[in-house]
Design a binder for this molecule. Sequence first.
Ligand code: AMP
Ligand code: ZN
Length: 466
Amino acid sequence: MTLRVYNTLTRKKEEFVPIEPGKVKMYVCGPTVYNYIHIGNGRPVIFFDVVRRYLETQKYEVTYITNFTDVDDKMIRKAEELAVTVPELAKTFIQAFLDDVKTLGVHDATLNPRVTENIQEIIDFIAALVEKDFAYEARGDVYYRTSKFTEYGKLSNQNLEELQYGIRIEVDDRKESPQDFVLWKAAKPGEIYWDSPWGQGRPGWHIECSAMVRKYLGETIDIHGGGQDLTFPHHECEIAQTEAVTGHPMANYWLHNAFLNIDNEKMSKSLGNGILIRDLVKQIKPQVFRFFMLSAHYRNPLNFSDESLKQASNALERIQNAYDNLKHRLATASATSEIESVLTDRLAAIANQFDDKMNDDFNTPDAITAVFDLVAEANLYLQQERVNAVALQLFLDQLQAFDQTLGILSQQTDELLDEEIEQLIIERTESRKSKNWARADEIRDLLTEKGIFLEDTPQGIRWRRK
Ligand code: AMP
Ligand code: ZN
């Protein structure tokens, strides 16, 4: 089974071959930290977390880097609005981002580098571009000379002439050509700045990723990701910067997620229909949102609505119930016999089905179908009166293995729920009636272990917690 991924650069699904066997270097463009993240931002965050988790289940050692843009025009404007400094603003929203993504079950990145911690590397990168004539200074600004990079437009599949039509002509006599983009911006009075060979200023947006990718991961990386709106101009510019300096491809595979819409409309500030992750998780379980995100292929648009969330919630409940039931039965089951090979074969087939789908460009909706096949088998098995602990454990192990990739299950505490206790008491009474003393004792021991005391009363058995 080989992994195939759709590469935006070649517009084809390609076999994934890492640069170094067994290792994956991936970089995903992170947020500008001037606001709380909204549910649309959740899509790349969750999808690339799943990519990383899946690669890890395939025994790859993954280095996962995602940056914070902690200084730019939006940051400066917002800091002014709130009457705080840019670093203060960044601190607040970096923490908010980290809290939000943790709530969504996203694993910590290997590193979250920030622009302000990499200014020297950024300046060095720009200096190298100037040195090679790929960049020029103009009154304290530095611009990238797009006409010199003959492959400009290769990622977004446009040539320079086509690009010219798309660009709003700005009255900016500093640029040689309208497609040229800023690498270093001269500071206006009162703005945050760093000293540079071109005077006081700050980095443009695109250059930070080129500098950080090279510093933390190297000249060529395996996977570079982000939302599809980043293809142009951001990623196109990153390629132009990096490849002009290094002469090597910046990334072998470029992955872009499609957009999340709300009620079939684009989410936008002007429509006022954005929903923050932190507000959403007050209404629904974060796992439901994760499941919902993974219920569509990442390259297809996904529509967020009450209806689609409800469906996700119901579907996830079926998986969670099977998981809880397996655990519940396992607590009191004994290993009665060897399990049949029919069952192990079936479980292996379902596991393969899951991997096949994930290997097909991370087809999570089809991989989830394999999870439901497992749930159906587990439910069938659970209908039996006598269950074997070994088989229950196999079902559980497989569900947990899938969940290492998907991260959609809630872990319950070890504590027994009231209804579980009552169910066990009924089972114990029945076991005694049928003179199954071993089972009755087993249940009594389990309850004692969990701190539940039984008392025989004329009205029947009463129970209480220690
Ligand atoms: P931004 O909010 O523009 O800083 O975007 C941060 C990340 O979220 C980028 O990878 C964007 O492509 C992505 N993103 C923003 N809005 C959406 C959306 N509605 N659906 C999917 N991804 C989005
Ligand atoms: Zn970037």
